[in-house]
Every structure is written in C-alpha cells, then in structure tokens.
Design a binder for this molecule. Sequence first.
Ligand code: FES
Length: 105
Amino acid sequence: MPKITYIDLDGAAHTCEVANGLSVMEGAVANGVPGILAICGGSCACSTCHAYVDSAWLARVGAAADIEDATLDLANERRPESRLTCQIQMRPELDGLIVHVAKND
Ligand code: FES
C-alpha cells in the first residue's frame, strides 16, 4: 500500500499506509496524525486540513482547483505550497509523499 509521511507541528514524522483513492486528509485522520482537524469532513469548506506539500512533491501533487484555492484563503499562514489535504487523492505516483501539517487551530 502507498505511504505518506506527515510531519507534525513538533517536527515528528508519522509514516502511514494510505490506500489509493483515499484523500491525504482521510489517511491522516485514520492514523491519528495530530493537527489535521478536518472539521468539515472533507467538503472543502473549513481549511482545517491545511498542510504544506514538501517541495520535492509539489509538481507531482499539482495545483489546487479554484474552489480549493478560495477555501485556502481561510487558512492560517497560507504559502505557495499550501494545499487542503482533503482535496488530494492518493494515487500510485504519490507513494512516498511528504506533507507538513500546518497550524490548523
Ligand atoms: S476537511 Fe475541511 S477543507 Fe478539508
């Protein structure tokens, strides 16, 4: 199964198996990764699943769609590498993905 490494706000790495088709947010929640709150449950409305895509993975992950871009404006400390993890679907080419959890509270 593909893996994602989530780096939490304390710098701790959480490497988790996340099935293709699940979102990066769903993988975090299922594995108890701290800091991914996902209050809206993945409907792209809250921004509390905000994370920074590691620079090595930006091109493969791709850019946010317009609706995600608008919701990201609600996020704390938005950066160019910001994404809402509920909007990134796991797929084979993302095996090994690294994301850095943002401050979501
Ligand atoms: S879970 Fe609410 S925007 Fe991602």
